[in-house]
Design a protein around this ligand. Structure first.
Ligand code: MN
Length: 253
């Protein structure tokens, strides 16, 4: 069965949380044709976690390499457990910021929240009429709109004609999923992790196929994780700007 894909999860213990170990793991995995990810464990005891999938010989070679690591790393031990093949299409470092995200509450002709993710130097943008939710059961319509410049992330103020913008939340995010970005967005299914003041944890953007070419429709969905808050309504509970403390109503006066 040497030609069938297998997968493993590995815990690499030792002084291995430096960038060099993860970079070296990516290079070795790619050279072997192994797919998956490497990330530092959340605890700070120096442990690194790996998901790897590929053909048997390559996977064995990669597991052997993890036991030794690059010259600068000190590997104390590796625990390898077989895992399910998840269908990854890359080998990537997880848990590293991909850039900024911002949610701007915007009173224009219609009231909405602009949800923006930094991708390749621009802010990919979606207008979310009801705003984001931390309830995994809630699917929020997100209409893709034109890219914005990063400089707009800091804008808060009146826009004339009774309109205005507050910075409802902001922070950094990690790109996730089995497919590399920005291809994941092109294919219409993007998974990511937010680190904001109000929004945190995993989210997904799923294109629905509705809407026209200029304004494709997506759904913004909270993933089920420790940051999920079933039954909550975060936009109602926390309406104030994370920058000025004002509500949009107070700004519009
Ligand atoms: Mn807007």
């Amino acid at each position: 069965m040497a030609d069938r894909k297998r997968a493993f999860r590995a815990t690499v213990q030792g002084k291995v949380q430096g960038v060099a170990f993860r970079d070296a793991a990516v290079r070795r995995a790619r050279a072997l044709g192994v797919l998956g990810w490497v990330r530092n464990a959340d605890d700070d005891d120096g442990t690194v976690l790996v998901h790897a999938e590929g053909l048997g010989d390559a996977l064995d070679a990669f597991a052997g390499w993890l036991g030794e690591g690059p010259a600068a790393a000190r590997v104390d031990g590796v625990v390898v457990e077989s895992a399910k093949v998840e269908g990854h299409e890359q080998f990537a470092i997880r848990g590293v910021s991909a850039g900024a995200f911002v949610v701007q509450e915007h009173q224009a002709t219609a009231h909405h929240y602009d949800f923006r993710l930094e991708v390749d130097g621009v802010m990919r943008s979606w207008a979310v009429p009801k705003g984001p939710s931390l309830d995994p059961a809630v699917k929020r319509l997100a209409v893709q709109v034109g890219d914005h410049q990063l400089s707009h992330n800091a804008f808060e103020g009146a826009t004339g004609s009774g309109g205005g913008v507050i910075i409802w939340d902001r922070g950094t995010y990690e790109q996730g999923g089995r497919v590399p970005w920005p291809e994941a967005l092109d294919r219409g299914h993007a998974v990511f992790v937010l680190h904001g003041d109000k929004l945190s944890g995993g989210f997904a953007l799923q294109r629905t196929g509705r809407g026209d070419a200029a304004k494709p429709q997506w759904l913004l969905i909270k993933r089920r994780d420790d940051a999920a808050q079933p039954g909550s309504d975060i936009v109602a509970a926390q309406p104030r700007s994370v920058v000025s403390g004002r509500t949009l109503g107070e700004l519009l006066g």
